[in-house]
Ligand binder design. Structure first.
Ligand SMILES: *[C@@H]1O[C@H](CO)[C@@H](O)[C@H](O)[C@H]1NC(C)=O
Ligand SMILES: *[C@@H]1O[C@H](CO)[C@@H](O)[C@H](O)[C@H]1NC(C)=O
Ligand SMILES: *[C@@H]1O[C@H](CO)[C@@H](O)[C@H](O)[C@H]1NC(C)=O
Ligand SMILES: *[C@@H]1O[C@H](CO)[C@@H](O)[C@H](O)[C@H]1NC(C)=O
Ligand SMILES: *[C@@H]1O[C@H](CO)[C@@H](O)[C@H](O)[C@H]1NC(C)=O
Ligand SMILES: CC(=O)N[C@H]1CO[C@H](CO)[C@@H](O)[C@@H]1O
Length: 656
């Protein structure tokens, strides 16, 4: 009897236990789902930092500190020698069409102003092709004013170049009839090319047109005698080119919302653009349909002669020599190794992250407080920025006639070696975005259709989203680029941010990772990303810590500056406070200054600096004192967290 009742009890308690564990399991799933969804907005963030909301801003020493060795460098882009104002009677007018995205536009405009000064020409406000009326933008804007403040631009450069809003009436007709010569300068065009070839034609015709397609029209490195022109580039990029007021207001609002949390934040630009991935042959780092899409673009580039390589290349080799962007999970691992705690606020910048939210999931699992413009702004704020737009003609998509089984089999046999994407399951409705997007064509045709009116409008909107992200990235307490200086010679977002942060506050925390070095280090732990050795963590920490200071700057100066002056405007556009000890001068083999060599700051700046004194930042010595250890103990929990989030992903719409 006793034994029997014992068995009963054991059975009962076992049953109870399993029930409890089942319940616990369910509630965990439920809880984490709620957590995951909630975090689209700001509520989760506020809850995380409820205890510090409204307290003064605290910077912990190790992971947010300014870089001491660069603290004496100040922005100073004013002319240093005699600098005559432009004369009313110029050599003629230059009008320009600027192609390309956000970064290409910015860099092109700086070059345009610079050559206008070089030629004593009057510049007509350039036309930004991505935001012309034909791209479906709001009637409220002209192309330049969609993004930038026209009045401020003209006024701010009045001592450098005369800028007018349009050609004089008597010349407009000539332009319409294509009477004036048009040039397509390369981004590496020399000053000599302008003074010898363009100037005579400008003087003769009184008007010339320039078409800029590759993100600039004047070589990056100029001889030392032309330092004033480099400083002019800085004045354009960092002072004259201000976003239009609505963009500035919203951008600053976003920064304030982040700062109101009482925590420092890091901005991260993944740099995962389809264009870039295709150019460098990084398709294999993605899967199925995304690989296909990148390869389509690469095939187009090969056809147009932009890429002179095989269509299929070993993406993993490319990654190892630093040609591909760091993937978000790799950046997450790096930031953990640096000692950033899991609650760190990370702002994801960039209007395009190829692969969408899905590629950010691993990073999100490591750093739950990942935000972007959609979590900081309301939908209305974003649509107000775009302005009133006329509705576009509705859905022009036509399904092609159904194919016979024979045809399908034939096509399947002819399809390349890569697994082809499958169409959506038959009993699920096809969403409209799928018709307009890749599903509409990738399963049915071999050529990518021309962009629809909607695509063009979206592309114009991207300029605005990039502008907002630009403002936030500049103000961030730390900045980490997933990709920069890609070697293609085209300017990119991260390069511009890194250059402007260096100019404004040289000592700000801007990581300048060397992707080649990091790829080798990441290769060591690739099979076991979430369990790393202490030694490995130290190596990463050492590399990233060095990238903030002299070593990172020298590399930047060696590899980025020759492609884009604005990515590294030192020493031309800065000065050094005399109180600081002079840093060592590092020169390249050709005599070019790589580090140091800034002029001494003028007296008024020194005085201003003294009166400003010590202010603001409070130091917290104790927090995160054991950064590295802290991040490692977190690692053991990391894996379960990741798998949890992956489990949820299976329930999400696979087409996001
Ligand atoms: C432009 O004007 C400056 C001074 O007014 C003059 O020194 C320079 O030679 C001129 N350059 C050209 C290309 O006309
Ligand atoms: C990587 O390798 C490719 C092909 O060999 C080369 O074109 C590219 O310049 C290399 N990139 C770097 C950063 O070394
Ligand atoms: C990366 O790891 C793979 C295999 O683990 C190896 O074949 C390759 O040579 C490694 N690459 C580098 C740059 O260390
Ligand atoms: C870690 O580095 C130290 C010194 O740099 C070395 O003595 C030790 O063997 C290394 N440990 C491992 C596991 O590699
Ligand atoms: C790297 O870290 C050390 C130790 O914390 C610090 O003294 C040094 O200034 C750092 N280097 C840079 C460039 O921040
Ligand atoms: C979402 C989630 O499950 N987060 C957990 C991740 O791991 C840490 C440490 O084990 C837990 O404290 C979190 O709750």
């Amino acid at each position: 009897m006793v034994i029997k009742s014992k068995i009963k009890w054991v059975t009962l308690s076992l049953l109870t236990l399993s029930l409890v564990s089942l319940l616990a399991h369910l509630s965990v799933t439920k809880f984490s789902t709620v957590d995951f969804v909630k975090y689209g907005g700001m509520e989760g963030l506020r809850a995380d930092f409820a205890n510090v909301l409204g307290t003064p801003f605290i910077r912990s020493k190790k992971i947010w500190a300014f870089v001491k060795s660069l603290e004496s460098i100040r922005p100073y882009a004013d002319p240093r020698s005699s600098y005559p104002v432009p004369e009313e009677q110029s050599n003629g007018f230059i009008y320009a069409k600027v192609f390309g995205g956000f970064a290409a536009i910015r860099s092109s405009i700086c070059d345009l102003v610079t050559i206008s000064r070089l030629l004593n020409a009057t510049l007509v406000i350039p036309e930004i092709q991505e935001s012309t009326r034909s791209k479906g933008i709001s009637f409220k804007f002209k192309s330049f004013s969609y993004l930038y403040d026209e009045e401020q631009f003209i006024l701010s450069l009045k001592h450098d170049v005369i800028i007018v809003k349009s050609l004089p009436e008597n010349l407009k007709a000539g332009r319409r009839k294509n009477e004036f010569p048009i040039f397509r300068p390369k981004s590496s065009a020399s000053p000599h090319y302008y003074t010898e070839e363009i100037l005579p034609k400008l003087k003769k015709a009184n008007v010339i047109g320039l078409v800029l397609t590759d993100g600039g029209c004047l070589q990056s490195i100029l001889p030392p005698s032309m330092a004033e022109y480099q400083r002019l580039r800085c004045r354009v990029a960092f002072h004259a080119l201000q976003f239009r007021t609505d963009i500035q207001l919203l951008g600053r609002g976003m920064v304030e919302r982040l700062q109101a949390l009482g925590q420092p934040f890091l901005a991260f630009h993944p740099g995962l653009l389809r264009e870039t991935l295709a150019y460098h042959g990084c398709a294999e780092l993605f899967q199925d349909v995304h690989t296909e899409l990148i390869q389509y673009r690469r095939a187009q580039m090969i056809k147009r002669g932009i890429v002179n390589e095989e269509l299929t290349v070993d993406s993993h080799l490319r990654r190892e020599n630093g040609s591909c962007p760091l993937m978000p999970e790799e950046v997450g691992v790096l930031l953990q190794a640096m000692g950033y705690p899991p609650k760190t606020i990370i702002y994801v910048a960039g209007s395009e992250t190829f692969g969408g939210q899905r590629v950010l999931i691993p990073l999100r699992a490591m750093f739950a407080n990942l935000v972007d413009r959609t979590s900081l702004c309301s939908k209305k704020e974003l649509s107000d920025l775009v302005g009133p737009e006329i509705p576009l003609p509705v859905d022009l998509f036509k399904t092609s006639p159904a194919k016979s089984e024979e045809q399908l089999k034939e096509e399947w046999k002819k399809a390349g070696p890569r697994p082809r994407p499958l169409p959506p399951p038959p009993d699920r409705p096809i969403y409209r975005h799928e018709k307009e997007g890749w599903y509409g064509w990738i399963t049915q045709t071999d050529t990518e259709p021309d962009p629809s009116p909607m695509d063009l409008r979206m592309q114009a909107h991207r300029l605005l989203w990039d502008a907002l992200d630009y403002i936030v990235s500049l103000e961030a307490d730390a900045f980490f680029p997933g990709f920069n200086n890609d070697g293609s010679g085209c300017p990119d977002f991260s390069d511009l941010i890194m250059g402007q942060r260096l100019y404004r506050t040289a000592s700000s925390r801007t990581y300048r990772p060397d992707r080649k070095v990091l790829a080798a280090l990441l290769n060591i732990t690739r099979d076991n990303m979430y369990h790393r050795t202490h030694n490995w963590t130290l190596l990463i920490w050492e590399h990233l810590n060095k990238s903030l200071g002299q070593e990172g700057l020298i590399k930047q100066s060696l590899f980025s500056k020759p492609a884009l002056f604005l990515s590294h405007p030192l020493p031309e556009c800065s000065c050094r406070l005399s109180s600081a000890k002079v840093s060592t001068l590092v020169k390249a083999s050709d005599g070019r200054v790589l580090h140091g060599g800034e002029d001494e700051c003028p007296k008024w700046m020194e005085d201003m600096d003294k009166s400003a004194g010590e202010e603001g930042v409070e130091w917290d010595d104790n927090e995160y004192e054991h950064d590295i250890e802290l991040s490692e103990s977190y690692n053991s929990g990391g894996k379960t967290n990741v798998s949890l989030v992956w489990d949820q992903d299976e329930e999400m719409d696979p087409n996001d």
